[in-house]
Design a protein around this ligand. Structure first.
Ligand SMILES: [Zn+2]
Length: 297
């Protein structure tokens, strides 16, 4: 039988698609720890060389760009965080962690969180269930072996979420996901209408450095944005989160934000945030634990 066109689907068909993974209960706590008015969760996706490897690429130039992330990006990020004693979350593909184990050990020892970010930054939505499951379990084991701590959260590479991803997260017993965008604040993920207890810490392209800066030499991708404009967008996102007593979650990449002309965005943003009273800087797992304990029965 030929596949039906979307406009020929019956109601059950389109409802099933929408209900596969859905935002459930909104999880906005009455207050954050220390009576803070806002939770600030900074994350860095340490893709490094895997952005090139995952497509089967072997461009020496693009691999060197990935290496910049570990050589220059991570040290600059670390110094910005250390200056204000802020702990952040680093989502690391297993291959990136195997290439740079000392980086993960150092970050983990200093109190930062290391989260799952796929095996080689593969796209989950093109994988059969068995392969996606195998890679996710191996990635989790690999990070645990390197850092000594078993990760509790996943950010899917490129925020690419397959129809099986949530099921695998449940099998892994994860505390949270940070790949979806149904809200500004935390929510519980539903799988086919059923509450899962897994906390979503939502991301958004608007709060991601890569969309403003990335370019590709051989594609028409040239979205360079002035650093002040990016700072302004991030600042506005924070200011409103503060007004709403919500969550401000920002995604950055060592090989994107780490440049001399850009690291100032992060430094200025931290200073802007620190200029407010009652701010709670936390790792993603700390945010997830807090909302789970206070908002989920
Ligand atoms: Zn990534």
């Amino acid at each position: 039988m030929k596949d039906l066109e979307p406009w020929e689907w019956n109601e059950q068909t389109w409802r099933q698609k929408v209900d596969k993974v859905r935002a459930g209960k909104s999880l906005v706590p009455k207050s954050w720890p220390g009576k803070a008015r806002v939770a600030v969760a900074l994350s860095f996706d340490s893709d490094h060389e895997t952005n090139e490897l995952r497509d089967g690429g072997e461009s020496i130039g693009r691999l060197s760009w990935g290496q910049y992330g570990t050589r220059k990006g991570i040290p600059r990020i670390k110094s910005a965080l250390d200056k204000h004693d802020i702990k952040a979350t680093f989502f690391v593909p297993a291959v990136s962690a195997l290439l740079h184990p000392e980086e993960q050990v150092m970050l983990s020892r200093e109190g930062h969180e290391i989260g799952i970010h796929g095996w080689i930054h593969e796209l989950n939505s093109v994988l059969p269930y068995e392969d996606e499951r195998d890679l996710m379990f191996r990635s989790t084991d690999t990070l645990e072996k390197i850092t000594g701590t078993r990760p509790v959260g996943l950010r899917t590479p490129s925020w690419d979420f397959s129809p099986n991803t949530l099921k695998i997260e449940r099998e892994l017993g994860l505390l949270y996901d940070s790949s979806l965008m149904a809200d500004d604040d935390c929510y519980e993920l539903l799988e086919e209408g059923e509450p899962t207890g897994i906390i979503e810490l939502p991301v958004e392209w608007v709060r991601d450095d890569a969309v403003y800066f990335n370019m590709h030499r051989f594609q028409a991708l040239r979205p360079y944005t002035p650093p002040e404009a990016v700072f302004d967008i991030f600042r506005r996102e924070f200011d409103r989160a503060y007004e709403e007593n919500g969550l401000f979650l920002l995604t950055m990449h060592p090989h994107v934000i780490g440049y001399r002309s850009r690291i100032g965005i992060l430094e200025q943003l931290i200073e802007h945030i620190k200029g407010h009273d009652d701010v709670w800087f936390a790792t993603h797992s700390e945010v997830a634990e807090h909302v789970k304990a206070t908002c989920l029965d």
